[in-house]
Each structure stands twice: as structure tokens, then as C-alpha cells.
Ligand binder design. Structure first.
Ligand SMILES: [Zn+2]
Length: 128
């Protein structure tokens, strides 16, 4: 019944956002334990933050790339073509990963409220 609901408030959205938050927390732990926080070293330790609970992809990203994503509570780093077009926009992508902004209302609220680096850092950029 995918067509029977508005795209931005589907039953999948909160679950997906919750999964994204769980993986984000795991990646934060991974990055905290990263002994090599150089800006240019490409590592593969990070998990894909696409929100699909069955996704086990790992990402190639530098510490600098990861930090740029974490600067915003609604931004996530995902594998190429792992974004859900119903809930997120692709902000940028390279050969190794994409950066998405979760824009669907409920999901956006949830992921920003659970931002491990303090909530609402991008409040000024957002007008509903
Ligand atoms: Zn994924």
C-alpha cells in the first residue's frame, strides 16, 4: 500500500530514522576509537547510514569527510544509491559514498533530536 500514504509520513519513516540513529551512534564510537584521525587517510570502518536494517555495507571515507557529515544533525553518510528518495536528498557524492540530508518531517525531527553532537545545529538553515 505504498501509494496510499503521503510520501513524507509513511510507516517506514520513523523506523528508518531510528535505524539511522543507531548506525550513527555506532559510527561515532568507531570514529572515537580511530587512532588515525588524519584528514586524508581513507578508511573502511564506517557503516552505511542508509537506515535499511538489512544493509551491511561499509563505507570508504576519510576522517575529514566523516566530520563534515557529523556537523549537521540531519546529514548521513551512505553507500552510493542507498538513499531513500522519499525521505532524503543527496547533498553530494563521490566515487566512494554519498552524503544525504533527511528532509521528511518526522524522520528529520527524530534524527536531529538524537544528534549525538548536540541537536539543532542546522536550525538556521531550515525553513519548513
Ligand atoms: Zn546502506
Amino acid at each position: 500500500m505504498r501509494g496510499a500514504r503521503p510520501a513524507d509520513r509513511g510507516p517506514d519513516a520513523p523506523h528508518e530514522a531510528a535505524q539511522q540513529c543507531l548506525v550513527r551512534d555506532a559510527n561515532e564510537t568507531t570514529e572515537r576509537l580511530n587512532a588515525e584521525r588524519t584528514a586524508v587517510a581513507v578508511r573502511t570502518a564506517l557503516r552505511c547510514e542508509c537506515g535499511d536494517p538489512t544493509c551491511e555495507s561499509h563505507l570508504d571515507a576519510t576522517h575529514a569527510e566523516y566530520e563534515a557529515v557529523r556537523a549537521y544533525g540531519s546529514h548521513f553518510i551512505v553507500g552510493l544509491n542507498h538513499e531513500n528518495p522519499e525521505s532524503a536528498w543527496v547533498l553530494s557524492e563521490n566515487a566512494r559514498h554519498a552524503v544525504i540530508d533527511v528532509v521528511a518531517g518526522d524522520a528529520r525531527y527524530q534524527v536531529r533530536a538524537r544528534n549525538p553532537r548536540h541537536a539543532w545545529t542546522d536550525a538556521d538553515d531550515w525553513s519548513p
